[in-house]
Write a protein that binds this ligand. Structure first.
Ligand code: MG
Length: 247
């Protein structure tokens, strides 16, 4: 197809850009086949867990993950299991789209932060809380879907314990210039189809009982799942690193 057929070469340039409005020579977007069912990985996703093995995960010490894998999910193991504790991906990511599904124990055990606690740490540093907050009061910035210690979710969209729940996350990594924050990280979070954060600027790395603080780090980092001592399950985890429009 010639440029004349699909676009224009006589239109004004977009501000600060090398492309014209409706530019016929601007590179086309890559074709991606969407997943068949809601939440199914699209054709260009990196599948981090398909329900069968943890080869893309390791313990924080670099050992093979000791989390339980059965019936298509992974589960936080009993305390003291070799390879237990928090697990991280072997791959590292910057800006990305993440899909994952989680399920807290039924019948529920414990209360407040002790009920079905886990977490998704972006770049291993910024926690999106996983918690059974279905009829389980706890502090607002610790609810399921909270950016832990920073922002409560806009609403509480938690399903009952024992039911599978989805997180779809859009993450923009923070940028640093030396030790200075050039731009903060941003999170958009959709929980069970409901928006909990809309391009929310992170205050810094997650802290417990203290104010979040940035510490300069490389442009990519692993995804981390938290072992908080509760047998929380995860399944169907995939990621799509995000690039700029013409990269
Ligand atoms: Mg947690």
């Amino acid at each position: 197809m010639t440029i004349a057929n699909i676009g224009y070469q006589d239109t004004p340039f977009l501000p600060g850009d090398r492309w014209r409005v409706h530019d016929g020579s601007r590179p086309q977007a890559a074709i991606v086949t969407p997943g068949g069912a809601p939440g199914a990985p699209p054709s260009d996703a990196l599948v981090l867990f398909d329900g069968t093995d943890l080869s893309r995960w390791q313990s924080q010490k670099g050992e093979p993950s000791g989390w339980i894998v059965e019936n298509g999910y992974m589960q936080v193991p009993a305390h003291g299991t070799p390879g237990g504790g928090d697990i991280i991906t072997r791959d590292e990511f910057g800006d990305c789209q993440i899909h994952l599904e989680w399920c807290t124990p039924s019948p529920p055990k414990g209360d407040s932060q002790g009920r079905g606690n886990s977490g998704v740490f972006l770049m291993g540093r910024y926690e999106i809380q996983v918690l059974d907050t279905y009829q389980n009061p706890t502090y607002a910035d610790g609810l399921a879907g909270a950016i832990y210690g920073q922002y409560p979710p806009l609403v509480n969209a938690c399903r009952p314990p024992g039911e599978w729940q989805t997180y779809d996350i859009l993450f923009t990594a923070p940028r640093f210039s030396g030790d200075t924050v050039e731009s903060p990280g941003y999170v958009t979070l959709i929980h069970n189809g409901v928006v909990l954060h809309n391009h929310t600027a992170l205050l810094g790395g997650t802290r417990h009982k203290d104010v979040a603080q940035y510490r300069a780090h490389p442009p990519t980092g692993p995804l981390k799942l938290q072992d908080h001592g509760n047998p929380v399950r995860f399944r169907n985890i995939w990621v799509r690193p995000l690039k700029g429009y013409d990269e």
